[in-house]
Design a protein around this ligand. Sequence first.
Ligand code: ADP
Ligand code: MG
Length: 242
Amino acid sequence: MDDEEAFLSIEHVTKKFGAFTALDAVSLELRAGELVCLLGPSGCGKSTLLRCIAGLHRQDEGRIFLANREIGQLPAQQRDYGMLFQSYALFPNLTVEQNVAYGLSQRRRLAPVVHKRVREMLDLVGLGHLAQRYPSQLSGGQQQRVALARALAPSPSLLLLDEPMSALDARIREQLRIDLRNLQRKLGITTLMVTHDQEEAMMMADRIAVMDQGKIQQFARPQDLYRQPANTFVADFIGDSN
Ligand code: ADP
Ligand code: MG
């Protein structure tokens, strides 16, 4: 790490599925408040790395630190993060408001303090007017905003996003990219976002970690990936859509 201390520190994390090595001694350090995109082709290990950080997989080797605390052996519920997936995974029989409250471990009856927090979060993602709707009455983009409000409601110190815009139409995706980026800056929340879309990574990331076959191939600012690709894989992958 340059001069700044790491907020999220992944050290030599290896994850195997049987004889197959999905993550091969991956190391990565995020500074507080930055948005890092984890970019790479399908099957290269992006989701597996995110799931190890989240405690949804246990790594075979290596350590993970968040704010100087080792979290790599903790159960998922004891790790301080919010997470978003490609599918919004909302509860269909709960209202928007109740879905967000669920992030605060409140299901149907909302205590006043919870209600206030839920309203704040819905306003933050621009959905204050849809609090009483059900997920099926919302567009995909709106549903993902609800999922985002739910993830952010407990004020996590880390945001993990796994292809959060892949299921959306181009126009909605474009708007959500902008809004998500602005929100991330405003909150100053350290964010690791998985994507296989290099244009998305270039547009959103402070730094990009390019991954292939379970290894980080290069970790650099977007412009530096163009100027000085570390190897032919990075050069080809980044150059692809130009
Ligand atoms: P990505 O998110 O980059 O598309 P993944 O991290 O989901 O890739 O998967 C990386 C590799 O690990 C793939 O080859 C995938 O088939 C394999 N893999 C992922 N999860 C499992 C699992 N639970 N069991 C066995 N193999 C898995
Ligand atoms: Mg994936």
